[in-house]
Design a protein. Sequence first.
Length: 387
Amino acid sequence: MPTGCTRRKFLTDCGRCALLTAALTPFTRPLAGSHAAAQELRKGYLEKKLSPYFTALESGSIRCELCPHGCEVAPGERGRCEVRENIDGRYYSLVYGNPCAVHVDPIEKKPFFHLLPATQSFSLATAGCNLDCKFCQNWEISQARPEQTLNYALSPDQVVQLARRYQCPSIASTYVEPTIFFEYLLDIARAARAAGLLKVMHSNGFINEAPLRELCRFLDAACIDLKAFNDGTYRELTGGRLQPVLDTLTRLKSLGVHTEIVNLVVPGKNDDLKEITAMSRWIREHLGADTPLHFTRFYPRYQLKSLPPTPIETLERARAAAMGEGLHYVYVGNVPDHPGQHTICPGCRQVVIRRVGYQVDPSHLKDGRCDRCGQAIAGRWHSAGTG
């Protein structure tokens, strides 16, 4: 990328449409019947939706109240996420019902290891994001505007219908930050709750308190990226800040939302063992020892292609440090066949859920307990319809 060129300008200059035609893969299983007509890919956004979270300013600008960036947006301009526009002094989402990525994934891919193991999750995202992570693996869509992607037309009710068709007990908002399509996210969550499906999200946690509380009325689980435990590193790697993410984590805990945490360990950036130990201690003290924590392996991506993959030994030391701080469920991720993927009973120290990639064997988990010693294993083990 040329020096001084922003990622979004780079994407536009390179011709986003050609890239995305090749890069975006639709459903992992073919559609059929009455839903097929709704799944024709089309370029651009289809409708706008008024945002409930903005303040109109006397100048005609607005201040967005969705995330801690608090963008002030002039008429005709967009916020940092590139999917919200000030139209005549009102703030509109341009991605409602307009996902560009729709897949059926193993729930473990999010990753959720303590939620409906060995099930599939109907997963979707729109264009856009409110952070600019230098290591983003989905930059083709996260750094794009909706008119630069090929999109589906899917109402919340259609999302629920498709989740049922593909026998998914959960619906996941993932791949990019779900906050940026908040109105769509919220309506899908309402529809999922009414249909007896779980609504989950993988999020960067960079969201304000009021929208988070509204969402949590219908949200069953959240997997939060805690990208560093140092504010300077957070700003450098993502353009965000640490404290709002910590605030989100404590609010999710207080609101009773099942929460798992992912820390992508980037060599030379956030792999200091003292920092990892302090982060693990904070998790235990503020969220509880049963909070699952995933240390995942970095692979060279996007703006950090010059860095090496995370050494496996670094991940193992991080896991040992977190367990040394008293966390019960600590995992090594993005390393196929690593024993750190298994769920270990904190009582008898035997494997309760065995994982090899996305092959999952939960046979030693019985009614949420270890079948050897009877120890309760923290998690959400049943679908909405079964308690």
